[in-house]
Write a protein that binds this ligand. Structure first.
Ligand code: 7TS
Length: 404
């Protein structure tokens, strides 16, 4: 089991106060906090071996290159990709999705169909709309039900020989629903469509095995799993990454350049133009080590307890409605209370030291489905506690009294 009091000692930020109150950080779905072990790796990089990579014969450059490539191997092993070069460093989930969407511009034509789900973050909607505009392909949407679950019979009905791509998040950021990606991948493959799974919300809770899933692309951001912002990854099957053209041109991604003709570098460098976030990549590897040392099974079990406890306590509050009641859910609770605007609740909670997210969570179609402007969202990580949930509930009750 997980020793939460010891784990909390790893996160210096959890000792601070906000507005004179101890910080209670329940905005983990937006970004997670960073443990000292990862902060130390960042400090060590800039203190001892900051240098540009893949291009220097000097020792610092070689040390930085080794650490950066070792981190790629950690990421490969974590997601169980077949080869390290199937892991492309990006600046995060949004960059990874845009890289794939751009690549498919040359592979799609009018009449082709792309399927996304009703549960997507804007970063998994807008790039595909832009791709459809460029290619004449059309976008289809897997609908959701009142519980926030995807309607799989409707998905089956959407699949046909024109379906070329299916995009779905592993876990919804707004509702916490865990989507049945195994089923979606298998069915999509029956019509030879490629599948991209957006793992932005799943990477801190679930350790996916991309080979067992047989997924074509899997993307995530390091900052959601205790790593730094500005770095993430795209996993792609080798054959897909070879098929896609480069996304950005520049240094590092070439084999030979002349004014007549340029040839591109092999994977993964073909997609990694320019000086990357070197320290970020190394710290991404350290974050993966940190999470694995705690253990994803322990994390999932403990966070499930927090979810059940938080849901139970919130349900006792008069007029409170939880959005997203899927059977398979992670530790995200979205709710509203009567007609109180979520922003007002969020502002008062902040005065009491509690960080939650309010608004549409970059998932406006979900808010439209429920006909609401937004929700208050509390999202828990393994370093949160039931005591924090108790404080949150009493602060929420005070906020409701003030606003009613
Ligand atoms: N996909 C999902 C499912 C997400 O939750 C997010 C970020 C993204 C993509 C984009 O990730 P980025 O790292 O490229 O920004 N989600 C949230 C959120 O729920 N609150 O703030 C960011």
């Amino acid at each position: 089991m997980l020793d939460v009091q010891n784990i909390r000692k790893d996160f210096p930020i959890l000792n601070r106060t906000v507005n004179g109150k101890p910080l209670i950080y329940f905005d983990n779905a937006a970004t997670s906090q960073t443990p000292q072990q990862v902060i130390d790796v960042i400090v060590d990089y800039y203190t001892n071996y900051n240098a540009n990579i893949h291009r220097g014969v000097h020792s610092l450059s070689q040390e930085a290159t080794d650490a950066y490539e070792q981190a790629r191997i950690k990421i490969q092993k974590h997601f169980n990709a077949k080869h390290p070069h199937e892991i492309i460093y990006t600046s995060g989930t949004t960059h990874s999705i845009n890289l794939v969407a751009n690549g498919f511009s040359s592979l799609l034509k009018k009449g082709d169909e792309i399927i996304v789900s009703a549960l997507e973050h804007h970063s998994n909607i807008v790039p595909w709309q832009m791709l459809c505009e460029r290619t004449g392909a059309s976008l289809k949407v897997i609908p959701m039900n009142e519980n926030g679950e995807l309607m799989l019979s409707a998905f089956d009905a959407l699949l046909n020989d024109n379906t070329k791509l299916v995009f779905v998040n592993h876990i919804s950021n707004a509702l916490g629903t865990i989507n049945p990606i195994e089923y979606i991948i298998d069915e999509a493959h029956k019509v030879n469509a490629a599948v991209l799974v957006d793992g932005a919300q799943s990477c801190p809770h679930i350790k996916p095995d991309v080979q067992a899933l047989d997924v074509d692309f899997y993307v995530c951001s390091a900052h959601k799993l205790c790593g730094p912002t500005g770095v993430g990854m795209l996993y792609g099957k080798e054959e897909w990454l070879n098929k896609l053209p480069p996304y950005q041109g520049g240094g590092e991604m070439i084999a030979e350049v002349s004014f007549e003709k340029t040839t591109y570098a092999a994977l993964p460098h073909k997609f990694e133009a320019g000086t990357p976030n070197i320290c970020g990549g190394i710290a991404f590897g350290a974050a993966i080590d940190y999470m694995n040392a705690i253990g994803f099974d322990n994390i999932a079990q403990y966070e499930h307890e927090l979810l059940e406890y938080g849901t139970e306590q919130l349900q006792k509050i008069d007029g409170l409605k939880i959005y997203g009641t899927a059977k398979e859910k992670t530790s995200v609770i979205s709710f509203n209370v009567g007609n109180i605007h979520p922003y007002d609740i969020g502002t008062i909670l902040d005065k009491m030291g509690i960080a939650v997210r309010t608004g549409h969570h970059c998932a406006q179609p979900i808010m439209d489905f429920y006909n609401i402007p937004g929700t208050v969202r509390a999202s828990f990580m393994f370093y949160n506690t039931k005591e924090e949930i108790d404080s949150f509930i009493s602060a929420l009750k005070k906020a409701i009294m003030m606003l009613s």
